[in-house]
Design a protein around this ligand. Structure first.
Ligand code: PMM
Length: 303
């Protein structure tokens, strides 16, 4: 049970000797798991600082829900939600990531102190995104994405989900590099729940080693997602509500950390902060030498 190729470092970000914890602040009225609770600047900044106090290494700020069926917010509204929160957290010394599909939001967030751009579309939703990220020299999360999910999870047809996600992410990473983003600033993410059914998400988690062959630090974002509701469903098949999926989320965090994930993105930080520390301690107790390639430069070695 070694930590396979993975983890690595992301140029332009701090380094951690274990899987990092990315806490989520959704400044939205409708995000599926925590929407509505942090929908004002002061409360959102306070929530971000609380997540840091609980052990978050980075805080991911988003102003647009990406849940299936959600309608897009307009640009002005997204900017109004996100920028003051990014600025407030960055001013407190927090490493801030901005969760956006819009180049303008990414650019203004970077100017306001964000350190990382997290785009669930991997640069596909806005043609100006990759040039903006490249020009800023910012680290960039490339998530596996098959398009907007208007009308539901309509594009989740796979013959071999793991191979297809790995291949599609590989192609996307090539395009991102081609657009001028430095390879050592690229993080990859399988996009759990995006155009994926529970069995797809579980297959991807069962094969994090295959995702690590992409040669980029890996972000795993399982927090409170539908597949966990499916796993935890009662005998009648009723899933627990999103807020009752945090212990299951922490279990995924431990699995991800053990398999070399660079970071996990979670709404409830405390349990995951413990999980990644336990995974690190167990790794440190190995007697057969250093495991895997934790700490190796990102993007070393192609698939
Ligand atoms: N999932 C959501 C939002 N942002 N970012 C990345 N990189 N990966 C994800 O899987 C992801 C994301 C949706 O979850 P939320 O609305 O509960 O934050």
């Amino acid at each position: 049970m070694s930590i396979e190729r993975g983890r690595g470092r992301v140029a332009g970000l701090p380094t951690w000797d274990r899987c990092a914890v990315m806490g989520v602040v959704n400044v939205t009225p409708d995000s599926f798991s925590d929407g509505g609770h942090w929908f004002n600047t002061t409360a959102a900044v306070k929530h971000g600082l609380d997540l840091v106090a609980e052990g978050a290494d980075l805080v991911d700020v988003g102003g647009e829900s990406t849940r299936p069926g959600a309608t897009r917010v307009d640009e002005a509204e997204e900017l109004k939600r996100v920028i003051p929160v990014v600025r407030g957290l960055a001013a407190e010394g927090v490493t801030v990531s901005v969760d956006t599909m819009r180049a303008s939001v990414a650019e203004q967030s970077l100017a306001a102190g964000a350190a990382l751009v997290n785009d669930v579309s991997g640069g596909l939703a806005d043609p100006a995104m990759l040039p903006a990220v490249a020009a800023a020299g910012a680290p960039f999360v490339v998530m596996h994405w098959r398009g907007f999910l208007a009308g539901g999870n309509v594009k989740g047809v796979y013959e071999d989900v793991v191979s297809e996600v790995v291949d599609e992410l590989h192609a996307r990473v090539e395009a991102v590099i081609e657009a001028g983003v430095a390879a050592d600033r690229i993080v990859v993410d399988p996009g759990l729940g995006f155009s994926k059914d529970p069995e797809h998400d579980l297959a991807l988690l069962a094969h994090l080693d295959r995702l690590n062959t992409l040669g980029h630090p890996l972000l795993v974002a399982a927090s409170r997602k539908r597949f966990l509701g499916h796993v935890l469903a009662d005998p009648k098949g009723a899933p627990p509500p999103a807020r009752e999926r945090d212990a299951a989320t922490a279990a995924v965090s431990a699995i991800a950390a053990q398999h070399g994930a660079w970071a996990v993105r979670v709404h409830e930080v405390r349990a995951t902060a413990d999980a990644v520390r336990v995974a690190r301690a167990v790794e440190g107790a190995r007697t057969d030498g250093p495991s895997g390639t934790a700490g190796r430069p990102a993007a070393e070695g192609a698939r």
